[in-house]
Design a protein around this ligand. Structure first.
Ligand SMILES: [Zn+2]
Length: 172
C-alpha cells in the first residue's frame, strides 16, 4: 500500500480491527519513509453485473440516481436517501456473494423505499418493473393496500359481523 503523503511504495500495518458488524477491517498504517500515519479500510469487493454482462463496482451513488428521481417532490430528505442506500448495501452484502445482478439491486431498493414513501415506491417500481398499463399500477396498489392491512394499519370498511339490529326498528 502506497503512502498517500510521499508515495513511498510500502507501509507498515500498526493495528487492524474489524468494524462492529464485521463487514470491513480498518488498518492503521505508518510510512517507513516519512513516518506519517494513515488508515485504510478493507471491504470485500462487491460487483454488479449489468444486463450487458459487464461488471462494475457496487456504488451507493448509482443506487441513489434512480431513487432520487422517484422521490422528486416527495417529503424525503437527503438523510433518508443516504440511509436507504446504506440499507440496500447491507441487504446485498448480507447475501454473501461477491457478485450480484443489477436486477437484485433494484429488488433490494423496493422494500426500504416502500417504507420510506409509498408514492416514490410506486414510481420506482413502475420504471424498474416496466409497468406498461394502468392494470400494473392497480395491482401494485392493491398489493400495497393488502400489505398495509396485514400490518394492522387503519383497517377500513367492513364492520364486524353481528352488527344486526339496525334494521330491527322497521315495521315487520
Ligand atoms: Zn510516506
Amino acid at each position: 500500500m502506497h503512502c498517500p503523503f510521499c508515495r513511498h511504495t510500502d507501509s507498515r500495518v500498526m493495528d487492524s480491527r474489524a468494524t462492529d458488524d464485521g463487514s470491513s477491517i480498518r488498518r492503521r498504517r505508518q510510512c517507513p519513509e516519512c513516518g506519517r500515519r494513515f488508515t485504510t479500510v478493507e471491504t470485500a469487493s462487491l460487483s454488479v453485473v449489468k444486463r450487458s454482462g459487464a461488471t462494475e463496482p457496487f456504488s451507493r451513488a448509482k443506487v441513489l440516481v434512480g431513487v432520487r428521481k422517484a422521490c422528486q417532490g416527495r417529503p424525503v430528505t437527503e438523510d433518508d436517501l443516504a440511509l436507504l442506500a446504506q440499507r440496500v448495501e447491507e441487504t446485498i452484502r448480507s447475501q454473501g456473494s461477491a457478485e450480484i445482478d443489477a436486477h437484485e439491486v433494484g429488488l433490494a431498493v423496493l422494500e426500504p423505499l416502500r417504507e420510506l414513501d409509498e408514492v416514490a415506491y410506486l414510481r420506482f417500481a413502475s420504471v424498474y418493473q416496466a409497468f406498461d398499463s394502468l392494470e400494473d399500477f392497480e395491482s401494485a396498489i392493491t398489493l400495497l393496500r393488502a400489505e398495509r392491512d396485514a400490518l394492522g394499519e387503519e383497517p377500513q370498511g367492513r364492520m364486524p359481523a353481528g352488527n344486526a339490529g339496525s334494521d330491527a326498528a322497521g315495521p315487520s
